[in-house]
Design a protein around this ligand. Structure first.
Ligand code: RNT
Ligand code: ZN
Length: 420
């Protein structure tokens, strides 16, 4: 049977439970998902030689890592060719591209240092999201940036944040797509602090200072990302969940909260936080990742929580209120494969959500038919979503799951292996 014949049979099964799979496919390909450049080179960037700091870590040394902007763009292009759906590019400030002999420190970055990324985005008709890089730099003092007790240090990083606001506005103006600019620092302490409040007061004042830089709130969407702990900063994180939620709530006119689902205790679920947020925030942002035990940032796969998060956004009609970005990094496997696998996994989760008879299930809940709800939930899981997925890939002109790795292998042989 052809993909289309199998799809036709599956389409009818979904129609029987009130789901329009053609509409689901049409919708899915218009949902922008932000693709992070930093999986391509183990969060290294182009503006420093030092180690990765900030309480995040990549492990592994898989061959073929991108070492230049050209290589990173080439790898991202390859990965994008293996992804259905609409993309957005997610950059970190450390990925500034300098001309030969040119250098600008983070506090002096300008739009021109990202012109090549804008060209890349235009070539692929995508918008750009941005992140100031508050780590992997010698001006991180004693593990602190925006929250440092040292005024010079704080000033440097505030200037960096402001420079990034200007660059974000430039991205939005150039691409015609608003730029989500995410503030995340790894500031914190390995062991029990003597002062928990001081750093948080300084963090608040520093973000205030960054956001005092003028910008068009329709074009630039600053957010603050929270975290529970990092590697080497186990005892205390300045930008905790309460801190960033409260900051965003108090500065609704110009700041959104960002939740990374790897940044909570293992039994806390972002899928349950999403509807709570939707009651109060007109818009917010997500980092979609996979936590494993104590760490965030494994490559996204189609696991239960991934599906549940997508379901929550879709059934709450919030696709245009939630900015979705992927965030993970694994240096132990083929990085192009990692980029594409994570993106495809989120697309699958969204497709499942769009093909779920949400109205019917909700009606069962609202009429307290909880036994039937459980039975129907289990029944829906067995509907032939794979046929819908294959048809979606066919319509998008993207290789199917079983043959996707052949493309990776080919690229590894032809391009990545030659880099070493
Ligand atoms: C780290 C945060 C942060 C980073 C990126 C590189 O735990 O999730 O978002 O992953 O900024
Ligand atoms: Zn994150």
């Amino acid at each position: 049977m052809t993909v289309q014949e199998r799809y036709e049979a599956a389409r009818k099964m979904y129609a029987d439970v009130g789901v329009d799979t053609d509409a689901a496919i049409a919708k899915l390909k218009e949902i922008p998902v932000s693709l992070h450049c930093w999986q391509g080179d183990d969060v290294t960037g182009f503006d420093h030689d030092g180690p990765l700091t900030g309480g995040i870590q990549t492990t592994g040394n898989y061959p073929g890592k991108a070492k230049t902007p050209e290589q990173l763009m080439q790898d991202m292009e390859e990965a994008m060719s293996l992804m259905p759906g609409k993309k957005k590019l997610n950059l970190h400030a450390s990925y500034a591209i300098f001309e030969k002999g040119e250098f600008a420190d983070r506090d002096k970055l300008e739009p021109k240092h990202f012109r090549k990324w804008v060209d890349f985005a235009k070539k692929h008709h995508v918008g750009i999201d941005f992140n100031p890089t508050f780590f992997s730099h010698d001006k991180v003092k004693d593990g602190l940036t925006l929250t440092s007790p040292d005024e010079e240090t704080r000033k440097f990083w505030i200037e960096h944040g402001k420079a990034c606001i200007r660059i974000s506005q430039y991205f939005a103006e150039q691409t015609g797509v608003p730029c989500v600019m995410n503030i995340w620092t790894g500031d914190g302490f390995k062991d029990i602090p003597a002062d928990r409040m001081g750093p948080r007061v300084r963090y608040k004042e520093s973000i205030d200072a960054i956001l005092s830089e003028p910008f068009d709130t329709n074009l630039v969407k600053p957010c603050v990302e929270s975290k529970v702990f990092g590697i080497g900063v186990e005892a205390y994180t300045v930008g905790s969940a309460e801190f960033s939620l409260s900051y965003a709530a108090m500065n609704k006119d110009k700041c959104l909260p960002l939740m990374d689902n790897g940044h909570y205790h293992p039994l806390e679920y972002v899928s349950d936080k999403i509807p709570a947020m939707l009651c109060f925030y007109p818009e917010f942002a997500l980092h979609i990742t996979r936590g494993v035990r104590w760490d965030s940032d494994h490559v996204l796969i189609l696991d239960d929580e991934t599906k549940e998060m997508a379901k929550e956004i879709v059934r709450d009609n919030a696709l245009d209120r939630v900015y979705m970005a992927l965030d993970y990094f694994d240096a132990s496997i083929n990085r192009v494969s990692a980029l594409a696998t994570g993106f495809r996994s989120w697309q699958k989760a969204l497709l499942i959500a769009l093909c779920t008879p949400n109205a019917m299930l909700k009606a069962l809940q609202d009429t307290n038919q909880m036994s039937k709800l459980m039975v129907m939930n289990e029944a829906v899981k067995m509907l032939p979503i794979g046929e819908i997925w294959d048809e979606y890939l066919r319509r998008e002109g993207v290789v199917d799951d079983l043959h996707f790795y052949d493309e990776i292998e080919k690229y590894e042989n032809e391009v990545l292996e030659k880099r070493n």
